[in-house]
Design a protein around this ligand. Sequence first.
Ligand SMILES: Cc1ncc(COP(=O)(O)O)c(C=O)c1O
Length: 383
Amino acid sequence: MPNFPKKLEKKLQKRRVENAFRELPQKQDLVDFSSNDYLGLARCERIAESAQKLLEQSKIKQHGATGSRLLTGNHPLYYDLETHLSDYYASESAVVFNSGYDANIGLFSSVPQKGDFVFYDELIHASIREGILMSNAKSYKFDHNDLESLKSKIKNSLSAEVRNPNTEVYIVTESVFSMDGDTPNLKEFAAFCGEQNFHLIVDEAHAVGVFGKGLVEEFGTSDAVFAKIITFGKALGCHGAAILGGKGLKEYLVNFARSLIYTTALPPHALALILESYAFLDENGSKRREQLRANIEFFKAEIQRLNLADSFIPSDSAIHCMLVQGNEKVKKLSKTLNQKGYDVMPILSPTVKIGEERLRFCLHSFNTKKEIENVLKTIREHL
Ligand SMILES: Cc1ncc(COP(=O)(O)O)c(C=O)c1O
């Protein structure tokens, strides 16, 4: 085996010393408080069966996409799915990417140009940060969910001297933050962007499905949003993502988003699953959402009853995080819960800031009240 570079080994060693070393976990049969399968669609046999039927009806026999979407990979289900998505989300266009990671890298690396400005929430997902870094635009982060902080960053960095009629400004946030579960006041962000003629971009990965068509729509801000990212690997229970926006944006991404162009497309089976998941949601989405909502409300009532609420970040979404300072401490608590049969993941620094390590609960429509009651009781006993 060739030598492993010493400087890389040193970095790994640092991770071990800081108790932040990552390993791929073995899948265990525990009560699920950690997957993104919020509505249980990933384990729904009916969706799998109807996806298979759809492939048969469409006479699609190939299991691989065979090429990039711009070459041989753009099979007819792409057209069906993108048409469905633009109708469903009342968007002029939709472009499907292989994952949310790819969608964000493609969008943010290609859209903001040299001379443009991007202002993004400090807790934005890694894929957005990395996409922005790959662009030639100037970028600044603002305090989490804080419109005043955004305004002051803009005031300090976007003076009349640097701004010219060609300068475009992009404001980026998420509708449900993946590591906090909270939500910005999208109405205020949208109004501000509208007044200033800035482009608002919202990642809805953890909102679609959980909040019906997402929070951009629920807040009545669809018309004010330049682009919206939705992903299918979370509440939709499949894989892939889409960017929704105007026709011009779609044309642009097809021409310039390198993570769309230089990669093999999704296999037909993946698209059939997404289409069938949407069909399933049409029929059963309200019921599953009601079950999830009841579990969220019950979870919140239980953390109050057990005097744990002060350690939790306020959230109305399916993600609830309990701050437990220090990698060692949060890992230990997560391990205790695992041993009692509950899968609750520790989120370590540097994924979050030092001192903001946390236990992250993902709630689902299929969790039972007893499971919620018992997992929180176990935490209470171990604090
Ligand atoms: C906010 C957000 N955007 C994008 C992604 C990436 O999506 P995907 O898992 O489809 O690559 C994630 C995944 O964790 C996310 O939380």
